[in-house]
Design a protein around this ligand. Structure first.
Ligand SMILES: [Zn+2]
Length: 458
């Protein structure tokens, strides 16, 4: 038997029936209150919803959640894809057998890719020395790289070079531009560097060579020698530091200010005199070749900050029209001092003096090894074209006049003044200037004290 379709009217409930009856008896029929007879799927669904409000709420909530989740997924995918397109994915740094990841934002600053020299130096077995803001990596044959925090220059085995970026040095990291390292260590040295720009992968491996007698492989030396970085030497970028007080500088000293007023100024108060000699093995670790004019174009060396401060001072002197002046002496090694002194003694003995007399005579103008301030790498002697040797005639030069008024602004002091011979133990030397950093130099200049007196008071 065929069942009749249920698309007819649904029976009225007792309540509805009562309502209809009452409406008929009272002759008023409010149609809006009549039950609906639509029995389609849709109508039944909405009637069900109306009865089950909680269920409806959950449905709506679920739908909202789904939409949110979906839009988040889309946003994430878009971001991933766009970063791929813009080549901003993280870097993988492979050093030897190990590797690590660096976020793009950390690795690249101002369009320059940075790399941690610390990890490379450890891998390459370089000696690491330094402080929280300055670090030195020493490789074969005492060749070294030195970086300072926030500095745009580096020192490579005595020469200052432009970094092409700004070093960030902390206690155990040293971020430097990859391009710099590639140029410095690059082709000729014991490290092989490669950068894959498609995958943002940096690979650093030691070069090995086969030994003749055995089959063993040995790493190639890391030289860091001058030949490999000559091409990138020089241009020092001006830093943002401005002098805090008007010292009347006649050049823009901002690139040199960090050296003229060094943070660790105390280390430049090193005393070396006849009573306080330096040891035979004392040698500053940061000697750099002077860039300024030297007598007979000699290669002279000073401690890094002193060399930079001197460079600024020489540029200023020249800018003020004092051109006839050059540096004739700077760092002098213990061995050289010993050789010089013994030469003088020998000369005097050849003139007929006893050894004792000869030593006494030599001591009047030269220092015994270890007692010369030149071993500190912090002082220089100036000379002019009119002078045949270092003598008091320097006092009558334009250079002396300029230095007397301005040297302290660059951190230098007249080390052996005429009125302090008894205290310094040295005769008047108008040509000999010593770097102590600007703060100490200014105090010494204003107080009229000599270096020994200043140290005693401080
Ligand atoms: Zn001197």
């Amino acid at each position: 038997m065929k069942k009749s379709k249920r698309n007819t009217e649904i029976p009225l409930t007792d309540e509805e029936l009562d309502f209809v009856k009452e409406s008929i008896s009272s002759q008023r029929i409010d149609r809006s209150k009549l039950p609906h007879y639509d029995n389609s799927e849709k109508a039944r669904f909405f009637r069900y919803i109306k009865k089950n409000k909680a269920f409806a709420c959950i449905c709506v909530l679920l739908a909202v959640c789904m939409v949110t989740l979906l839009s988040l997924c889309v946003a994430f995918a878009v971001k991933k894809i766009s970063s791929r397109i813009m080549d901003k994915s993280d870097y993988t740094i492979i050093i030897g057998d190990s590797s690590y990841k660096v976020k793009y934002k950390t690795a690249v600053r101002d369009g320059v890719l940075y790399i941690d020299m610390y990890k490379i130096a450890k891998y390459a077995e370089m000696t690491i020395t330094g402080s929280d803001t300055s670090v030195k990596f020493t490789a074969s044959k005492n060749n070294y790289l030195r970086f300072e925090d926030k500095s745009s220059t580096a020192v490579i085995s005595g020469s200052m070079v432009d970094l092409g970026g700004t070093a960030v040095v902390t206690k155990d990291t040293c971020e430097i531009p990859y391009d710099f390292l590639d140029k410095v260590i690059g082709s000729k040295n014991g490290l092989k560097l490669s950068l894959d720009n498609d995958t943002n992968t940096v690979k650093i491996q030691r070069r090995m060579y086969k030994t003749e007698d055995k089959d063993a492989m040995l790493p190639v030396e890391i030289l860091l020698n001058a030949d490999s970085f000559e091409a990138i030497i020089s241009i020092v970028r001006p830093s943002q530091v401005k002098p805090e007080k008007d010292y009347g500088y006649s050049i823009d000293v901002s690139p040199y200010l960090a050296n003229i007023v060094p943070l660790d100024a105390e280390r430049y108060l090193l005393l070396a005199n006849k009573q306080t000699p330096l040891g035979a093995d004392y040698k500053p670790s940061d000697l750099v070749k002077l860039e300024c004019k030297t007598a007979d174009n000699r290669e002279l060396y000073l401690s890094y900050d002193a060399a930079r401060a001197l460079q600024a001072m020489m540029l200023a002197m020249s800018a003020d029209g004092v051109k006839d002046v050059s540096v004739t002496s700077a760092y002098r090694a213990y061995s050289r001092q010993k050789e010089l002194f013994e030469g003088y003694v020998k000369d005097h003995m050849a003139e007929g003096m006893t050894e004792e007399q000869a030593i006494e005579a030599a001591l009047e103008y030269s220092a015994r090894a270890g007692t010369s301030e030149h071993q500190t790498g912090l002082c220089i002697d100036f000379i002019t074209s009119t002078m045949r040797e270092l003598d008091e005639s320097f006092e009558n030069t334009k250079a002396f006049e300029w230095l007397s008024a301005n040297a302290y602004k660059y951190g230098f002091i007249l080390r052996y003044p005429a009125d302090k011979v008894d205290t310094t133990g040295y005769k008047y030397e108008p040509w000999h200037y010593r770097f102590v950093g600007r703060d100490a130099a200014e105090e010494i200049y204003n107080s009229g004290l000599c270096f020994e007196e200043y140290l005693t008071l401080n």
